[in-house]
Design a protein around this ligand. Structure first.
Ligand SMILES: [Zn+2]
Length: 330
């Protein structure tokens, strides 16, 4: 069939380097080989799509939970979750209910999942936290309405099997790869070097590494260590949550290490010794002034993860009282 190719595979077959994936479709299936199926589900925002993978009866991640992918027809025996972000965990309850599958999720990740999606005041806590970091009230408070509109759709699975570093799930080894999310897991199959990587490693974009309320103290430090670990792991192929498969995972991990080294340098350069600045102000230096509220919140969270890493390394100091948090150079 001719027309605009819809997958990298069909683009390749047609001798084209471009393809377009229609996001209005409920589900798009790509078969990499006889064993791996990639299920692409639409997202209303951000990268506009998220991938789930079905390998030998194990479904990795479940999309946002909007729409009805028809899980029961896919031969799912178990579900494994890489991390608790809505576009990965949101369909887990439906997938489990439709198939009778057991859900496997990281122990720390599930605890955070419950604190965020299983409580009613998370948007308020998040907005108050952003205000303490200098985010203007309209930008911080838009979260509250959005958060409450969104949360009811995130149907994570209750009481999953809790997984930790080294646990086996149907022939896959659980790896804790914190950074993008504190409890982020990867699932590694040693015999062919396949890593289902969630959002730990993405080909086209740099995974967001943000500091959020109640998160681990130094998410960027965690992430840099997870990238070093990825280089040592020497996986053959990473199946990511967004974008194309990564065929040189160690090379991509090195690029991301360099990216964060540059951004740490810029962050340090934005600080002064005698003029405390908050995370919002520093985010204007790093990401510019022209961002929509959602993008600004990501920018501030990303700026804060870099500021906190500078603090952890003794290159910056944090000062806080009940109302505000600021940073200075050391
Ligand atoms: Zn994510």
């Amino acid at each position: 069939m001719n027309g605009i190719p819809r997958t990298a595979f069909s683009a390749l077959r047609q001798g084209s380097s471009r393809y377009s994936t229609p996001i209005e479709a409920a589900i798009i299936e790509h078969a990499f080989d006889s064993e791996i199926s990639r299920l692409t589900l639409p997202l209303p925002t951000g990268p506009r799509h998220v991938h789930c993978y079905l390998v030998d009866g194990t479904l990795f991640d479940t999309g946002l939970g909007l729409g009805e992918p028809g899980w029961s027809a896919l031969g799912i025996e178990r579900v494994a979750i890489t991390h608790m972000h809505p576009d990965h965990v949101g369909g887990a309850a439906a997938a489990a209910a439709e198939t009778g599958a057991t859900v496997h999720q990281g122990a720390l990740d599930y605890a955070q999942c419950e604190r965020v999606w299983g409580t009613t005041d998370w948007p308020e806590r998040m907005a108050a936290w952003f205000r303490r970091h200098g985010v203007p009230p309209p930008v911080a408070d838009e979260l509250i309405e959005q958060g409450h509109a969104f949360a009811p759709f995130i149907s994570y699975a209750r009481d999953p099997e809790l997984r930790r570093e080294g646990d086996e799930v149907a022939g896959w080894t659980t790896l804790e790869l914190p950074g993008h999310a504190d409890g982020h897991l990867g699932f590694f199959r040693e015999r062919d070097g396949l890593l289902v990587g969630g959002d730990h490693l993405l080909a086209e974009i740099s995974p967001a590494i943000g500091l959020y309320p109640e998160s681990r103290p130094d998410p960027l430090g965690d992430y840099l260590a997870s990238l070093e670990r990825t280089i040592d792991l020497d996986a053959r192929l990473v199946l990511p949550g967004h974008g194309e498969p990564i065929r040189d995972p160690a090379g991509r991990a090195r690029e991301l290490l360099e990216h964060h080294a540059r951004r740490l340098h810029e962050t340090a350069a934005a600080l002064e010794r005698d003029r405390p600045r908050n995370g919002f102000e520093v985010s204007l230096d790093l990401f510019g002034h022209e961002l929509a509220p959602t993008q600004r919140r990501f920018a501030v969270a990303e700026t804060l993860s870099h500021l906190e890493h500078l603090v952890a390394r003794g290159r910056a100091e944090r000062a806080e009282d009940g109302r505000s948090v600021t940073y200075t150079a050391t």
